[in-house]
Design a protein. Structure first.
Length: 134
């Protein structure tokens, strides 16, 4: 079963069309914990489209993220920040906001985006901090 999850995750990272990436991401979400782990891993990848597809699906199921998943979300946020991938930063900040108090210990990572040169990132970071209660 885990081999199947890996195959779907690889296809998600490699496919060029959003429709297929979204379908693969939804399939991984339906695969339980192994699928969620794969989505979180893809969110830290270098494939812009796959990161967005994965983040959107994870956002739709953020309530399923465990305490062990929280650091992985922030890892993907830092990778997106390092790449200056504004779309990915925005999507991942929305996931962080859904985590609410479970992510409050990581608010410093969110604060780093308050100084972004992109107004939409600054706004989303402020909204996220408000959701975290920081």
């Amino acid at each position: 079963f885990s081999e199947g999850v890996e195959i779907v995750a690889k296809r998600l990272e490699e496919h060029k069309e959003e429709f297929y990436r979204s379908t693969y991401a939804q399939t991984l979400l339906g695969a339980g914990k192994k699928g969620m782990d794969a989505l979180l891993k893809v969110m830290s990848s270098r494939s812009h489209g796959a990161v967005l597809s994965s983040a959107r699906v994870v956002l739709s199921a953020a309530y399923r993220l465990t305490e062990q998943d929280v650091p992985k979300v922030f890892e993907s946020l830092m990778v997106a920040g390092d790449k200056n991938d504004v779309e990915a930063i925005l999507e991942i900040l929305k996931i962080v906001a859904q985590l609410k108090g479970r992510a409050s210990a990581y608010d410093g990572y969110v604060r780093a985006f308050l100084d972004s040169g992109v107004s939409s990132v600054r706004t989303e970071a402020k909204n996220t901090l408000a959701a975290l209660g920081s």
